[in-house]
Every structure is written in C-alpha cells, then in structure tokens.
Design a protein. Structure first.
Length: 558
C-alpha cells in the first residue's frame, strides 16, 4: 500500500474532432476521458472550467493528456508549476493523433507515456530530452520493480554517456540491455543492478531490483524492526523489498502501515502462507522470500482496504485540497449524503453509495465494511469533513468497534470549511479568536446550544453559526438571536454568507440589531462579529470586514 498509488491518467478533449483520439489515448494508458461541455459529447465525463479541471487533476498527481494545441495546455498548467520533482506527466496530443508531445514530467514517466500513446495512435512521440531521445530511456526513472539508489548522479551519468562514454552493465537488467545505450563490457560507466546493500559506483549508477517479499504474521513495528535487522545481517538493501504481506484478519498497527507508506512499499493482505520464492530468513512472526525477478504486488493477495474522509470544500474545485482530490481520484467507491455525492467529480467506473442525511454513523459503518473487502473508499462531506462533518462519524464507528475492520486503514484529509471560505470572501472576520456553533438540535439538546451561545457571546468571540435555519426549523435562530442580543451591542457587525463558492453566492452585511431572520436558510452561514470587528470601504467600492489581531486599546488597528 502506498499513499499515492498509481493515479489514473485523464485525457481532456477540447473539440469534437479530438474525441476519438481521446478515447484511444485513454485506452492505451488505462485512463478516462473528459470533454469540454457543449463541444464534446459521449466521453466518460465533462468539464466546464478547463483551468479548474486541469488544476484539480494536476494537484491530484494524475497524468494529464490534452487533445489540443500544446499552447492551450501550457497556458493552463503554467500557474501550477512549483516543483520539478513533484510534477505529474503532462502531454499534448494532436486531434488526429499524429503527434504526442510530453510537456512536463519527464522524471515521472512522460516520455514512456508519449511512446506508448504514439504507438497506439500510429503517430510520433516528440521526445525533446536528449537522453530519452538518444537512448530510449530516462535513467532517473527505471521501470516498475527497480529503484535507483543514487538519483542525484543520474544527470551526470547521462551527460557522460551523451558525450561518448560507454556503459558496462552488471546484473540482470533487461530494460538497460534492450535500450540504445552505448554498451561495452569494459565501459567506463558502471550500471550495477543488485539486491545487495553495496556502495553506488563512483562513476555510475546503482539499481536495486525489488525481488524481496516480507511476510509479516504480526504487522507491527517490532516485527518491522526485526525485518530491518535481518536485512542488515543478510547485507541486502531495504529498497529491494517489493511487497509486504499480512495475513487476513491480523490487526494492522498504524505505525507499521505509515512506515511502509514512507518507504513506498505496497502492503497486501493474503489468506494463506506464501510458499513461493526462496525463503532466506524465518523467525517468529516474519519470513523473507527471495525471487529471481522483481515481484508485482498485484500477484499477491489483495490490497488492504482504506477509508479516506474527504471534505469537498464549499464549492469551486479550486477549493478542493490536493489530498482530497487525490483521494477522490483513487477511490473505487464514494459514500455520502446524496447532495454531497452529486458535488463530487465524476469518474468512470466509480461506485457511489448515497444515503439520507440522518444516518451518519451507519454510513461510516458501511464505508468501513466496503473497505474491509479491499476497496478504496472515500467518505465525502461538504466543506471540511472535520467541521460538523463525516470525520467524527467515522471516529464514532471505529470507537464503537475497536476490534472491527482490522485490515482497514483510515485517513482524514484536511479541507476548506464554509466559514473559512466566507471569511476569505469578506476579508478577515476570523482574524482573532472565534467560536463555531451549529444551531441544529438533531444531535444535541437546545439547552446545550443556548449555553454555548451565551458563553461565546460573553467571551466576545466572533461566532460562526452553522445550520442556522431550515424551512421547518426557524425558531432556533430567533431564540439564538435573543440570547446574543441580550449580551452584545445592537451595532455588532453581522455578515450573512449564502451559497459561498456556488451559484447564487451572495453576502449581506448588517448588524445584530437589524438582522432579519427571514434572510437566513440552510445555505447561509451567519458570522457575528466581536466588539472589535469592523468594516471599511475602499475607493473601489468594495467593503471589507475584519477583526483586528490586537485587543490592546493603543494597538486596536493591529
């Protein structure tokens, strides 16, 4: 198991003339297609905002193909460029499939993808990297099953080979021997392939084949430490570990899982003892098997299940965090309240399990049960899942059954809450201490709500009111305002933020004394200022709301 396992490629088609090329491209790389709304039909999905859709895929680390002019894709990704090492492959494909141009992500396999797609389309891959073009490979990115131990030397070694040096290959390396590298048994550049823990060649590269499989009967940190000690005694490289196995039903210690994630080692759940390969080490709770060739994780058992709790943000895709976007992309199943599921981006083949808004714990249990079958499940909320969202419901389900779902990993991704989004639109009303209170009395009695309102008002907190009113639940807001008005000055500033980030977005700036409850519904967030919250207008006519950082009288302007 890895945290970012194989994000699915996505192919964007910008015109109907490129639809068929998009389909063939996606088929060649196991991806999905999306067409520009109003122009391209009959693809896996549609997108209206090209910049937002491409940015979401880029942040999720998905390989991106644009069936369009290269310039269109360049302009869309230019604002996103930050770190060369973290960029996913980005490729432009001509609408007739004759040209495939890798624009970014050479270190992430863009050149290989370009050749794969060009072969499928009968076109040409426009490879511009000197090493990739000349030798047919990128030494920094060996194929699956191999790890480069000294990537910092790859650029220098490639330069030496381009300048005329010849490579001497030691060990089993089919992809190196089949390449266009200049090879010589006495070559000055040594490319060594071995599972042993040895120093990297001074004038070459060291590759470790992932030929080891570790079977952990007790998947915990003590057994992982025993594995490390055994490798050291065997003089084998940790990077040669291709997959870790745990038996069905064994509790997975979270530190063990996190350690494997940090090492980039996939974890698989197996039902019976592994008998394949050469057993090179055995002790209670641990066995190490050595294979003659790199192992493929999918050849062993099944992936452990995972539940990731995701906040969709208040509205625009740009407010979806990268971790949340990646979780939605990799999920086999989405679980959530029906209206929130409708907000999640569509992905071909993904199963959706919707339910009513008042069965949160049951929804969490259903998600965990799906994950126990080895599925990748995303539980969705609006805003930040940890703020009046599904994260707490998942925790409740887990606490109620401590021994349940032993092979399921659980993650909670950070998100953007409605109050954060509203505050950003308004200025900085949450610039000092604030309290967040839900007026819904479905899961807590009104007496608790009233007590918290009074305490927050007396403490001079800025107060964000969630779930303030619905069509049938109006009285709570009126009673809440009575409590606040008894403790706050009538001129206290209040902002009503409605449908933030979505169609119908609107803001009303008023005061506590003048606030009309009829302006508020379930799509409205009510922000009640502190005694220091203030508003001011700029020359452009925009009014900003903020709460100063200082409570000292002589620094009130903060």
């Amino acid at each position: 198991m890895t945290r970012d396992a194989a994000p699915r490629p996505i192919v964007f088609a910008f015109n109907a003339s490129g639809a068929e090329t998009a389909r063939r491209t996606a088929a060649a790389v196991g991806g999905e297609t999306a067409g520009l709304a109003g122009r391209v039909a009959d693809l896996d999905g549609v997108f209206e905002d090209a910049a937002g859709a491409v940015a979401e895929a880029f942040r999720a680390g998905r390989p991106i193909f644009g069936v369009c002019a290269a310039g269109i894709l360049i302009r869309l990704i230019a604002p996103l460029l930050r770190d060369k090492q973290a960029e996913p492959p980005v490729l432009a494909v001509s609408d007739d499939g004759s040209s495939v141009v890798p624009l970014l992500g050479g270190l992430a396999g863009a050149d290989v993808l370009a050749r794969t797609v060009a072969a499928a389309l009968g076109g040409a891959a426009a490879i511009t990297g000197a090493g990739a073009r000349r030798f047919g490979l990128v030494l920094e990115t060996p194929p699956a099953g191999y790890v480069l131990a000294n990537p910092q030397d790859a650029k220098r070694v490639t330069s030496d080979l381009l300048a005329g040096a010849r490579a001497r290959i030691e060990g089993e390396a089919p992809w190196l021997r089949a390449s266009d590298l200049p090879q010589d048994g006495d070559g000055a550049v040594l490319l060594r392939v071995t599972a042993e823990e040895v120093p990297a060649p001074a004038d070459g590269l060291l590759f470790h084949p992932q030929v080891l499989v570790a079977a952990f009967d007790r998947p915990d940190m003590a057994t992982l430490e025993a594995f490390d000690a055994a490798l050291a005694r065997l003089a084998l490289a940790p990077a040669a570990l291709g997959v870790a196995l745990a038996p069905e039903g064994a509790p997975l210690h979270h530190l063990f899982v996190e350690a494997l994630i940090a090492r980039g080692v996939p974890l698989r759940i197996v039902e019976q003892r592994l008998e394949d390969g050469e057993t090179i080490h055995a002790e209670p709770g641990l066995r190490i098997h050595h294979f003659s060739a790199p192992v493929a994780p999918e050849d062993f058992g099944r992936a452990p299940g995972r539940v990731t709790v995701v906040g969709l943000g208040p509205g625009p895709r740009g407010w979806l965090t990268p971790d949340a976007a990646a979780a939605l992309d990799r999920a086999s199943d989405l679980v959530g309240y029906e209206p929130y599921l409708a907000m999640a981006p569509e992905r071909a083949g993904q199963r959706r399990h919707g339910s009513d808004n008042r069965v949160e714990v049951e929804r969490a249990q259903a998600a965990l049960t799906l994950a126990a079958q080895g599925r990748e499940v995303a539980v969705v909320s609006s805003g930040d899942a940890g703020v009046f969202g599904m994260a707490a419901a998942v925790m409740e389900a887990l606490e109620a059954a401590p021994a349940g779902w032993p092979s399921v990993a659980v993650e909670v991704t950070p998100g953007v809450s409605a109050m954060q989004a509203a505050a950003a639109r308004l200025g900085a009303p949450l610039g000092h201490d604030f309290a967040t209170i839900s007026l819904s009395d479905y899961l807590k009695p009104w007496e608790i709500i009233a007590q918290r309102l009074a305490t927050a008002a007396e403490g001079d907190f800025v107060i964000a009111l969630y779930n303030p009113a619905s069509k049938t639940r109006r009285e709570q807001l009126v009673r809440a305002l009575d409590i606040l008005r008894a403790r706050r000055a009538p001129e206290t500033l209040v902002a009503l933020a409605r449908s933030v980030g979505r169609r119908g977005e609107g803001f009303t700036l008023t005061t506590l004394g003048e606030l009309d409850p009829e302006l508020v519904d379930m799509r409205t967030l009510v922000l009640i200022g502190s005694s220091r919250t203030r508003a001011f207008a700029r020359a452009d006519g925009k009014t900003w709301l903020y709460t100063p950082r200082s409570y000292l009288d002589d620094e009130a302007g903060g």
